[in-house]
Design a protein around this ligand. Structure first.
Ligand SMILES: Nc1nc2c(ncn2[C@@H]2O[C@H](COP(=O)(O)OP(=O)(O)O)[C@@H](O)[C@H]2O)c(=O)[nH]1
Ligand SMILES: [Mg+2]
Ligand SMILES: [Zn+2]
Length: 293
């Protein structure tokens, strides 16, 4: 019996990397009774039948998993948000950040297309970058066109499983191509016009970049926001967490309670108003959500 990591799933086969060797495995045995479907990123035990084939015996416990793309044990999410074309969207960024924080995935923010920032837009973008750094996030300014920042991002990937996420057109594929020359992912494509229902093939594969693994299916969906519970939300804003010990009430939701350290920081400008406004709008959204069954 051996152990390894699933790096690709295709047509009912799982490709398990173990000691530098890849085994094409079928699922069989114990884990089927547990009703666990193996995912790319899973650590598994398997029985090798020969040098290339085997079958999976068990799937080890996951630290997290994503639905879209279906992968497990993600270390970090590279959130690609263009400075312009499309315009930088803190609303969408905060939504992704909440999602990622809730899954205990480390976010790294990439502000892409920095070469397109003109003098008029620059102060606004720089302010956003300062704000998110203030929260404690790593924010990288990148341009695939000038290659600025590309080599800063590369070492972040080493030894990690990463997913790239962000709106269509922000430059995710271009960035992956720049990180790994020869990759030749299609860029500027119109695949999003097909709508997500059309993406029926469940082919997921890790690409090796910079000594780490990157999921080849870019992005996960902001739709997974549906899984966030009300009680989790304040914990997904690191700058709120850092201040909540100074709130008068334990379990303060930073809304109607008096003597709230978060609202004090908001009033003094230490927390930017848009972050707090997004927090409040997410509360409303979760409250209005239909119960799930
Ligand atoms: N000027 C400029 N254009 C970029 C940059 N990165 C990507 N693009 C362009 O933005 C468009 C969308 O890029 P793509 O990588 O397909 O975005 P994706 O949908 O996020 O994968 C393409 O036309 C790219 O050439 C950049 O750093 N600077
Ligand atoms: Mg793309
Ligand atoms: Zn509070």
């Amino acid at each position: 019996m051996a152990e390894g990591k699933i790096i690709k799933a295709l047509s009912g086969f799982y490709y398990v990397l173990s000691d530098g060797q890849v085994y094409q495995c079928r699922g069989r045995g114990v884990f089927r009774k547990r009703k666990v479907t193996p995912l790319v990123g899973d650590y598994v035990s398997f029985q090798a039948e020969n040098e290339q084939e085997g079958y999976i015996l068990d799937v080890f416990e996951r630290k997290n998993e994503l639905v879209r793309p279906p992968i497990a044990n993600i270390d970090q999410a590279i959130l690609v948000f263009s400075a312009v074309e499309p315009d930088f969207s803190p609303g969408l960024l905060d939504r992704f950040l909440v999602l990622i924080e809730a899954k205990n995935i480390r976010p790294i923010i990439v502000v892409s297309k920095m070469d397109l920032v003109d003098d008029e837009t620059k102060p606004r973008i720089e302010q956003y970058i300062r704000d998110y750094r203030q929260v404690g996030y790593d924010v990288l300014e990148v341009s695939v066109k000038t290659r600025a920042g590309v080599d800063v991002l590369l070492p972040y990937l080493e030894g990690k499983v990463s997913v790239f996420a962000g709106q269509s057109g922000v430059g995710k594929s271009s960035l992956l191509n720049a990180l790994r020359p020869g990759l030749q992912l299609k860029t500027g494509d119109i695949s999003h016009h097909l709508g997500r229902g059309k993406h029926t093939t469940r082919h997921v594969e890790f690409i090796e970049i910079g000594g780490g693994f990157v999921a080849d299916t870019p992005g996960f969906s902001a739709l997974e926001f549906d899984e966030i519970e009300l009680e989790q939300l304040p914990l997904c804003f690191p700058e709120f967490v850092a201040r909540s010990a100074d709130c008068k009430f334990r379990g303060c939701t930073h809304t109607a309670e008096p003597k709230c350290a978060v609202k004090e920081a908001l009033a003094s400008g230490d927390i930017p108003s848009y972050r707090y406004e997004h927090y409040v709008s997410f509360i409303e959204e979760i409250k209005e959500r239909k119960p799930r069954y």
